[in-house]
Design a protein around this ligand. Structure first.
Ligand SMILES: [Zn+2]
Ligand SMILES: [Zn+2]
Ligand SMILES: [Zn+2]
Ligand SMILES: [Zn+2]
Length: 222
């Protein structure tokens, strides 16, 4: 079998798109779904995407309330993708040139329109890039700070040992030698033992540190 990145679903209209098509689609779909009301309770949101710097098959498209802070976004990313042992994290503009305070409002980030770098864990680092679509803002009458619009469907990664079945476990001993991604069958006879395994989950942090991916099951819009 081959590595496969399946199509991902737009959670606004439930249609499926490739990684390349979904950003453009969402821009149009959002315009259709944003209520054009003058409701005073409607909140303004910033449209942004998040992807893993080293594998952009892992992505999220989000609406983040303009009055939310980077700390709120940090919390969300930890929940859905990253949290393993409460590591430190940070946002910056560009490649570590200007670190941003966690109290920075999304409104500011959205107005600046610059690409952000986010790091979770300065040891076994997961590095994300956050792209702001400044031209698209949205208003919704709901109380959530962050709305998930789309996330990547889980990539199908072949077993390093047999190459026939999708990997379900990662041996943390062997993964650096390109031999650690294992299907159920090969995992059962793998010599390093189960205590070395981490699950394969839909996150850029799969196989890193102690990550088991509880949050990766979040898929719905609240
Ligand atoms: Zn859509
Ligand atoms: Zn950890
Ligand atoms: Zn196998
Ligand atoms: Zn092993």
């Amino acid at each position: 079998m081959e590595y496969l990145a399946p199509k991902s679903t737009c959670l606004l209209c439930k249609s499926e798109f490739t990684r390349k098509g979904i950003g453009r689609h969402l821009t149009a779909c959002l315009k259709k779904h944003s209520p054009r009301t003058k409701e005073t309770s409607a909140r303004k949101y910033c449209f942004l995407s998040v992807h893993d710097v080293y594998n952009n098959d892992y992505f999220l498209f989000l609406l983040v309330a303009q009055d939310a802070t980077l700390e709120d976004l940090d919390d969300y990313l930890r929940k859905i993708w990253l949290e393993c042992c409460g590591h430190l994290s940070a946002f910056s503009y560009g490649k570590w040139l200007e670190e941003l305070s966690m109290t920075t409002r999304i409104r500011q980030v959205c107005a600046d329109g610059r690409t952000l770098t986010y790091i979770y864990d300065f040891g076994s680092t997961t590095e994300l890039q956050i792209k702001i679509f400044r031209e698209v803002t949205s208003a919704m009458s709901i109380k959530d700070d962050i709305i998930l619009l789309a996330r990547n469907a889980e990539p199908v990664i072949p077993c390093d040992n047999c190459g026939k079945h999708p990997a379900k476990h990662i041996c943390t001993e062997c993964q650096w030698d390109d031999a650690g991604w294992l299907c159920e069958k090969c995992a059962a006879t793998h010599e390093c033992g189960e205590e070395m395994f981490l699950p394969v989950v839909n996150s850029p942090r799969t196989g890193v540190c102690a990550y088991t991916g509880e949050g990766t099951k979040i898929i719905k819009i609240k």
